[in-house]
Design a protein around this ligand. Structure first.
Ligand SMILES: Nc1ncnc2c1ncn2[C@@H]1O[C@H](COP(=O)(O)OP(=O)(O)OP(=O)(O)O)[C@@H](O)[C@H]1O
Ligand SMILES: [Mg+2]
Length: 448
């Protein structure tokens, strides 16, 4: 029987259920006598909480691997899939391709070598969300396919988040007035819209701060993300779907980083919701409450948040609106069942909690000294036989999808060739070549 490696899963669970609830990631790679060889299968646990990092230099396959993981969630048995919600923060619009079967000739041919897989779409498994301002930026006749408009109620943004977004301190005159305005509005109304904010600003401010506060909120209003009551939240967090939140257009639109605000809103609500539910669930399991509570699990599924370009949200050495809540997920998420999968080019630029607390790391090629050192600090203890991380990670051949996996649960380090995508990867290198077919043909020369 060929070798099978299961990562992220305790031995006891492996003995009980084997690979049920795992994703098929690709092949084990070894170099006997210096020759490249694919010798077995790599599986990843998708049923228990993880903090996983996917790292590697530009163009080494991070977003591609996140796509493979999304496909793996979509391929889980329905009774497991329905207990999980996947929220993908798409900063480069690269995950829309999950709607379309892979047409890249090289990848389609290679797929057969990976458990006889074939191209397919995941149209029924995904839900894509786009902000209205991004939809409006396209010509009416050329809009991409999407399922939902990304929207959140205004009342969910608290005054501290507005202060951070607008770059104000609570002691600034604008900051003081903004806090008063939101506090009073919240006392008066359960839901409010921008008009209510303007009216409250009128009451709470004098001439000095009024104009700047109104201007801040006018800019937010023009994004068409914040509404009086409509919210994407319930839909995003229902079990059984891969929810792709396309935030590419929101990168510093109007000079504000709204992406971080949205990640913090979603992250905080989920932490509260899952913490309350897991206490109920625990008491129901102990026979203290009606067991019908357990049936509500699809409304309160475990959540995997997948963030591409994660250093934008959780950087080292500075904080963003989202960083505190993401650190809470990393440190407290195991019990309420909140997992993070973070991809970044530069682990050294990622907050050190993410590196230290991660239980799974998938490293594509890295060469920068700082990045290898950051990885070494967290995972050097795994390396056996005097080998150091530098010698393993920086000498990975530049084969597409080749990676090293470091796993806390098994304390193993294994080389893995990530499988080709079944659906289309739309994050291909831009090319000025006029021939469209060059994209279909796939792998550039030299890379095998
Ligand atoms: N497992 C794989 N099998 C086949 N091809 C792959 C694999 N992984 C990556 N590739 C190829 O490598 C290219 C670059 O991958 P990807 O877009 O994931 O890079 P990235 O690491 O996310 O880069 P960036 O940091 O610039 O976002 C893809 O377009 C694809 O052609
Ligand atoms: Mg990428």
């Amino acid at each position: 029987m060929s070798r099978k490696e299961i990562f992220g899963r305790e031995k006891k669970l492996i003995d009980d259920v084997g690979i049920t609830g795992c994703g098929y990631l690709g092949k084990v790679v070894s170099y006997p006598g210096g020759e490249y060889e694919e010798v077995g299968s790599v599986y990843l646990d998708l049923t228990t909480p993880h903090c996983m990092l996917v790292i590697g230099k530009r163009g080494t396959g991070k977003s591609y691997t996140l796509g493979v993981l999304a496909e793996s969630f979509a391929r889980l048995e329905p009774e497991i899939k329905n207990n999980i919600s996947v929220v993908m923060i798409d900063t480069m619009s690269v995950f829309h391709g999950l709607r379309t079967p892979n047409v890249n000739e090289y990848e389609v041919n290679r797929l057969k070598d990976f458990n006889q897989l074939s191209p397919r779409d995941f149209e029924r498994d995904i839900n894509t969300y786009m902000p209205q301002i991004a939809i409006d930026a396209y010509d009416k006749t050329e809009r991409p396919l999407y399922d939902n408009v990304l929207q959140f109620p205004l009342k969910e943004v608290d005054s501290n988040s507005w202060l951070s977004l607008f770059g104000l301190k609570p002691t600034d005159p604008e900051g003081i007035d903004l806090m008063k305005t939101i506090r009073e509005l919240r006392k008066k109304m359960e839901f409010y819209d921008f008009q209510d904010i303007y009216e409250e600003i009128d009451i709470q401010t004098d001439g000095k701060t009024k104009d700047s506060l109104v201007n801040f909120f006018k800019q937010m209003e023009s994004l068409k993300i914040f509404t009086k009551e409509s919210s994407s939240f319930e839909q995003i967090t229902r079990g059984g779907k891969i929810n792709i939140l396309d935030m590419s257009y929101l990168g510093r639109v109007k000079g504000y980083d709204v992406r971080n605000l949205l990640v913090s809103l979603i992250g905080e609500k989920l932490l509260k919701k899952r913490t309350l539910f897991s206490t109920l669930e625990m008491q129901a399991e102990a026979g203290m409450l009606d067991s019908s509570i357990k049936k509500k699990v699809t409304e309160n599924p475990l959540v995997y948040m997948i963030i591409d370009e994660a250093h934008l949200f959780l950087p080292s050495g500075k904080s963003t609106i989202a960083s505190d809540i993401l650190i809470d997920w990393i440190k407290l998420g195991r019990h309420p069942g909140l997992s993070l999968i973070l991809a970044t080019q530069e682990p050294a630029a990622l907050h050190e909690s993410a590196i230290r607390q991660s239980d799974l790391i998938l490293a594509h090629n890295l060469t920068s000294h700082d990045d290898i050192e950051a990885l070494g600090k967290a995972k050097q203890s795994y390396m056996k036989g005097g080998k150091d991380i530098q010698s393993v990670v920086s000498t990975l051949e530049f084969k597409r999808g080749l990676s090293v996996i470091f796993d806390d649960k098994t304390r193993k380090t294994v080389m893995c060739r990530v499988r080709p995508r079944m659906s289309l990867h739309t994050g291909m290198d831009a090319s000025a070549l006029p021939d469209d077919n060059s994209k279909k043909k796939g792998a550039p020369p030299k890379i095998i």
